[in-house]
Design a protein around this ligand. Structure first.
Ligand code: GAL
Length: 687
């Protein structure tokens, strides 16, 4: 993957920025077109008071900017741009193409996406466009051209925001446009129809294609559709949207070569549609939107997603484009955030490398589908706890300016995240539909957090050099190249741990034959003949006191040096190995054949850390209660300590960790007691 030059937000000269690196960005999606002119002055007053320095503007403004095919209206946007600039607020200007105006859908219904079952997705919400529609592209690029041409030299313009959350609602389109583009994509991938027939295993169920025109998107079928066909459609859908991103970017690069381009990713628990490891090289800086879960694992998940976003950004700073000040509106029930969560969540993103903290949205709407979604200025107005907290957060971010530009300090542990395993496990006709790569990766992450050990979450293709312990949880899709990289890591002295149903298929979703886990069998020194998922609710006991769910394996140790770390005590595999480890040339390869869950993993993780010689950087009393992340630049390390509990924690045990930069509660930095949900940041010279 080639990477574009990394460029950060181009802060306007007029902002008289004190630090050479610029401030930490702070702001929101700003939708002034939803409000009367009189509200705008109030907006900028409140923005200034809160310390807002950047907003994303015009995301859903197409219908207002181009009310009909041959009529344009930029006057209001000119005024907003000037107003923001006059108040020292930079603009991350959207290309406004996320939601096409009604006239476009009416004139060109052929831009509308089609579902798997052949239904049209009509206008009336947003993102009702086909990523592969040439007609849509032509109209959308005309808008990009018009906006970029008009604002190319506007002094407030700091970055381009391409579309919005590409693929959020139109990821899978099964239209005829998609069919045509899918064929082109397949012809490029396979060259020859015979190669496609082999890759898709079309000898099965008489699916052999004799002409490219016979190939369709995986539309509704009488029964289980071909899995490799589906996997390729997911890859294609990610690439089709990436191609669209490139098309918009092409216009922007031509008209404003000096302005950085980004688009907001959705690295969060409920989205896994796009291959962001592949997309990251397409933007000047990575941006992410994150909405925390409310399932009891929210804090761990937030940290995991922020950590993975940093991994996608190669450890460089990234831009938190959206999160929420409080409730969202799109769950069945939408509770507000608890006291302290707003600041804690925002600063946890900063701890993981965010150099900008923005929200959806600035002012809470009074109409439309998102009127019950929280905002920086809620319905209650400035006299509200949310706005007061926003103002406090702005103050914290100002104090954190010294961290801007610092990158993540590599941990000694890495957890691999693999989008293709996520996609493949989500398909039908696997041995179990209860498996989740992301959930298992999160289990491991939570176990490291509980032990106070930093772990980097990395896309599976990231370099492993320098890590001591690498976890590859449920990495089901294992091309030979990945298996080779893992073997090289172990042979180079690294400690690898992998789990059930990993290493089973190649990139074509073909099983590695000869016994499981095919691609890793020799490295692990084990062999499994039959896959043995557990039913939902079924549990098995291990002799180390832990409990397994979801899966077991009947393991035979095949290498003389394969050790058994734990044995099944109950279930079909009672008396047989549950966890194995093989020492290899200074490193080791461990296999965990069941899902132990975060608590069940803790003792095992403790043993693995000991074997790899990795210790927590936190004193005993803080482990699990405080999350530690470290950012670094050439001179300093910044230690971020996030209190994960509701109770105060005593930081004295830490000893001297440097000069206090921030203490996110009332009072002076350097307090001994960090209150519940509090965040402290210290700076110290690099040793
Ligand atoms: C995002 C989207 C925003 C807003 C937000 C609500 O998906 O980009 O426009 O809809 O969710 O949570």
């Amino acid at each position: 993957m080639s990477r574009r030059r990394q460029r950060w937000v181009r802060w306007p000269d007029s902002m008289a920025i004190e630090s050479a690196r610029g401030p930490l960005g702070f702001g929101a999606d700003y939708n002034p077109d939803q409000w009367g002119r009189e509200v705008w002055d109030e907006d900028v007053r409140l923005m200034r008071r809160a310390g807002v320095n950047i907003v994303s503007l015009g995301i859903f403004s197409w219908a207002r900017l181009q009310p009909a095919e041959d009529s344009w209206d930029f006057t209001w946007l000119d005024e907003v741009m000037d107003l923001l600039h006059a108040h020292g607020i930079a603009v991350d200007l959207a290309t406004a193409t996320a939601s096409p105006p009604p006239w476009l859908g009416a004139q060109h219904p052929e831009i509308l996406p089609v579902t798997r079952t052949g239904e049209t997705m009509w206008p009336g919400a947003r993102q009702h466009w086909r990523p592969t529609s040439p007609v849509f592209r032509q109209h959308a690029l005309a808008v990009v051209e018009a906006i970029a041409g008009r604002y190319a030299s506007h002094p407030a313009l700091a970055a381009w925001h391409v579309s919005n959350e590409l693929g959020c609602h139109n990821l899978y389109d099964y239209s005829d446009d998609a069919a045509a583009a899918f064929r082109v994509w397949l012809a490029e991938r396979y060259g020859d129809l015979d190669v496609l027939n082999h890759a898709w295993g079309t000898a099965f169920w008489s699916q052999r294609y004799s002409d490219w025109d016979q190939v369709l998107p995986p539309r509704l079928t009488p029964t289980i559709p071909n899995p490799t066909h589906q996997l390729d459609f997911k890859r294609f859908s990610s690439d089709a949207l990436k191609d669209y991103l490139r098309a918009e970017r092409g216009v922007l690069d031509r008209l404003t070569p000096d302005v950085p381009v980004t688009t907001n990713f959705m690295v969060m628990s409920n989205f896994s549609g796009l291959d962001y490891a592949d997309w990251a090289g397409e933007v000047d800086f990575v941006s992410n939107d994150h909405y925390a879960t409310i399932d009891g694992r929210g804090l761990d998940e937030l940290s995991f997603s922020a950590n993975l976003t940093s991994g996608l950004a190669g450890g460089q700073p990234w831009f938190l484009m959206e999160h929420s000040t409080s409730a969202v509106n799109w769950r069945a029930i939408n509770p507000p955030k608890a006291d302290g969560a707003l600041v804690r969540d925002s600063l946890t993103h900063v701890a993981h490398g965010a150099d900008a903290v923005c929200f959806f949205q600035w002012r809470q709407s009074v109409s439309g589908a998102e009127k019950y979604h929280s905002a920086m200025v809620p319905h209650a107005g400035e006299d509200s706890e949310v706005y007061r907290t926003v103002v406090r957060l702005g103050g914290h971010l100002e104090r954190l300016a010294p961290v801007v530009g610092s990158r993540r300090q590599r941990a000694r542990v890495a957890i691999l995240f693999d989008i293709e395993s996520t996609w493949t496990l989500d398909l039908e006709a696997n041995p179990s539909s209860s498996l989740s790569h992301r959930e298992d990766a999160l289990d491991w992450y939570a176990a490291f957090l509980a032990l106070g050990v930093r772990a980097d979450v990395l896309p599976v293709g990231a370099p492993l050099l320098g890590y001591d312990l690498v976890v590859a949880p449920l990495v089901h899709v294992m091309p030979a190249a990945t298996a080779d990289r893992l073997r090289d890591f172990v042979e180079g002295g690294g400690h690898l741990v992998t789990t059930y149903f990993s290493g089973i298929v190649d990139e074509n979703n073909h099983v590695w034959p000869g016994g499981y886990p095919g691609a890793l069998r020799e490295l692990l020194g084990i062999r499994v003949e039959e896959l043995a998922p557990l039913l939902d609710g079924q549990e098995v006991d291990l002799d180390d006191g832990s409990t397994g769910t979801r899966w077991t394996d009947r393991i035979t140790a095949t290498a003389p040096d394969t050790e058994i770390l734990a044995t099944y005590r109950t279930g079909l595999q009672a008396g047989r190995p549950a966890v194995t480890r093989r020492a290899v040339a200074g490193g080791s390869a461990t296999y965990v054949s069941t899902r132990l869950g975060p608590e069940g993993l803790e003792p095992l993780v403790g043993r693995l850390l000991d074997a790899a010689g990795v210790d927590s950087e936190l004193p005993g009393g803080l482990r699990g209660r405080v999350e530690l992340t470290i950012r670094t630049d050439d001179e300093r390390e910044f230690w971020f300590l996030v209190n994960r509990t509701d109770d105060a924690v005593d930081l004295r045990e830490l000893g001297d960790v440097g000069e206090p930069v921030l203490f996110s509660s009332d009072g002076d930095p350097g307090h001994d007691a960090l209150p519940g949900s509090g965040v402290a940041v210290f700076a110290r010279s690099r040793r």
